[in-house]
Design a protein around this ligand. Structure first.
Ligand code: HEM
Ligand SMILES: *[C@@H]1O[C@H](CO)[C@@H](O)[C@H](O)[C@H]1NC(C)=O
Ligand SMILES: *[C@@H]1O[C@H](CO)[C@@H](O)[C@H](O)[C@H]1NC(C)=O
Ligand SMILES: *[C@@H]1O[C@H](CO)[C@@H](O)[C@H](O)[C@H]1NC(C)=O
Length: 360
């Protein structure tokens, strides 16, 4: 009864409740947007504010990429066995003095500096917590990238209580065994770990080789396609910057960075077929990434309200993906022998040289 009365009052404050064909109650907010829950209404304005002030007007650029990365680094500080951090709680923002000191958080300082004042503004306006802010930003930034799934957004995280401990974020120098063990400790299977690595399709490195900031992991860094899963398998021939750096292995394309961890995961018998299965299977990649992100962005949290309606709908990517110019299946280091390798066309012209991501 108490809940029914509260629901009535909230609904009045937000104008109307309508019932759609599926008999799902929807609320029309005072700004005209509709959502499943009245408590989500203020978030539409928060999303507009993020798009204008963090993402340079809905771009899939450096800030969108790093908003996704920081949502991982924040959330993964968690263990299903207890004794680690609070999970997806925004501790990396609030306790930045501690967490930015961890080696694995190299390069995260820029996005913390970009996000912190925007978080403070929204926190003053609508009392949004650091965890809700950071994981909303991750979902909205990702939605700016064509081909991305529309990520879930759950609302209602309390403020973080402490920094996550060190050594929870995997490093590109780690072995596959150590990486899979860390993911398992946080509750993720090898398949979910590979699904989460779809994120590296909209990724670039600033600190692996500091002489070449913004060096992308694939040739389509502004599109959430499965290109990274293909390009990590191409025979490596060069280092894009100042020689070989820790966590880096030979890359196939000038201007492209290959992480040692991505390469080892693509070749390991525990993960090679999971990796290969993503190539040119946009639906598989989107679905598995969306599901694994839903788990990641709620680690350690409970009693959240589904506010996914506030997340913008991403543009679609229709594919198919292609070999970068000059490459073909002859260049693929196939590590999964149980499944046929997908047949893909090659872009015409000379081998590309990739440009760095602007603003890195
Ligand atoms: C095995 C696990 C992982 C390792 C070892 C790893 C490592 C790295 C490294 C070294 C960088 C480049 C940092 C720099 O030099 O600036 C990077 C970038 C990135 N990572 Fe990961 N990562 C992992 C998993 C993930 C996951 C699970 C996500 C998200 C779900 C993610 C999202 C990103 C994104 C979006 C970037 C690009 C950031 C930008 O362009 O500004 N990574 N990662
Ligand atoms: C780190 O967090 C503190 C508050 O805990 C804040 O005052 C500071 O601006 C943050 N640093 C950055 C780089 O945003
Ligand atoms: C802001 O949120 C926190 C919990 O997230 C709550 O304890 C506090 O009472 C709220 N403040 C206001 C003014 O609503
Ligand atoms: C290039 O790398 C070498 C060895 O890793 C290092 O000593 C040197 O300082 C680097 N050069 C620049 C410009 O960073």
């Amino acid at each position: 009864m108490a809940f029914a009365r509260l629901a009535t009052i909230v609904a009045l404050a937000f104008t109307t409740v309508t019932v759609n064909a599926g008999l799902v109650k929807r609320v029309t907010c005072s700004n005209g947007k509709t959502t499943a829950n009245a408590v989500c209404c203020p978030l539409f304005d928060a999303v507009d504010f993020l798009q204008a002030n963090l993402f340079d007007g809905s771009e899939c650029g450096e800030e969108a990429h790093s908003a996704l990365r920081i949502s991982f680094h924040d959330a993964i500080g968690f263990s299903i066995n207890g004794g680690k951090g609070g999970g997806a709680d925004g501790s990396i923002l609030v306790f930045n003095q501690t967490e930015l000191g961890f080696h694995a958080n190299g390069g995260i300082d820029d996005i913390v500096a970009d996000q912190f004042p925007i978080f403070q503004t929204l926190n003053q306006q609508m009392n949004i917590s650091a965890g809700d802010f950071l994981h909303l930003a991750g979902a909205v930034g990702t939605s700016n990238c064509p081909g991305a799934p529309r990520l879930q957004f759950m609302f209602g995280r309390p403020p973080p209580v402490a920094a996550a401990p060190d050594f929870t974020v995997p490093e590109p120098t780690d072995s596959v065994t150590d990486i899979l063990a860390r993911f398992a400790d946080a509750g993720f299977s090898p398949a979910e770990a590979v699904a989460l690595l779809s994120s590296h399709t909209i990724a670039a490195a600033d600190v692996i080789d500091p002489t070449i900031p913004g060096t992308p992991f694939d040739s389509t860094v502004g599109t959430f396609d499965s290109q990274v899963f293909l390009e990590v398998l191409l025979k490596g021939t060069l280092f894009p910057g100042n020689g070989s750096q820790a966590g880096e292995v030979l890359s196939p394309i000038a201007g492209e960075m290959r992480l040692q961890s991505d390469f080892l995961i693509s070749q390991d018998s525990r993960t090679a077929c999971l990796w290969q299965s993503m190539i040119n299977d946009q639906n598989r990649m989107m679905t598995q990434f969306k599901d694994a992100m839903a788990k990641l962005q709620t680690l350690g949290q409970s009693n959240l309200v589904d506010c996914s309606d506030v997340v913008p709908v991403p543009a679609t990517f229709t594919g198919p993906i292609t070999y970068p110019a000059s490459f073909s299946q002859d260049d693929v280091q196939i590590a999964c022998t149980e499944q046929a390798f997908p047949s893909l066309a090659t872009v015409a012209g000379p081998a590309p040289t990739l440009a760095p991501v602007p603003g890195s």
